[in-house]
Design a protein around this ligand. Structure first.
Ligand SMILES: [Zn+2]
Length: 126
């Protein structure tokens, strides 16, 4: 029995396509629900910063933790990093919760969420 027949390849492609559409739809539906998007910055798995993505009061905020410089202002992105791969910088800016920005070497993750996660330093940050 041949596994790589034309029919099998077509069947696999259909399954993969349906799966991809489902995953993307799920993320889009999830993303639509974000009414007041909040930028969450995780360092070593700990939530260290929580900033409103859009705020009338401030145009932008720069967060410099000595390894990643993060821009927040209606969009969020890593504008400078000392990591070797620069994947975080090359990810560019995000303004939705579909994909996070991740810097593996510096153990940094930037997500846009509805802000439901609790920040321990919240009182200090305000
Ligand atoms: Zn990086």
């Amino acid at each position: 029995m041949k596994l790589l027949t034309k029919q099998n390849i077509v069947f696999f492609c259909i399954i993969a396509f349906v799966f991809a559409v489902s995953v993307v739809s799920w993320f889009i539906i999830r993303n639509i629900k974000i009414e007041n998007p909040v930028v969450e910055i995780y360092k070593n798995g700990e939530l260290t910063h929580k900033i409103e993505l859009t705020s009338d009061k401030l145009d932008f905020t720069i967060i410099d933790d000595n390894s990643n410089v993060i821009f927040v202002g209606h969009k969020v992105g890593v504008i400078h990093a000392d990591c070797p791969d620069k994947i975080c910088v090359n990810t560019g800016f995000i303004d939705s919760g579909v994909f996070p920005i991740i810097c593996l070497p510096n153990r940094l993750e930037i997500r846009i969420t509805d802000g439901e996660n609790e920040l321990r330093l919240d009182a200090v940050a305000r």
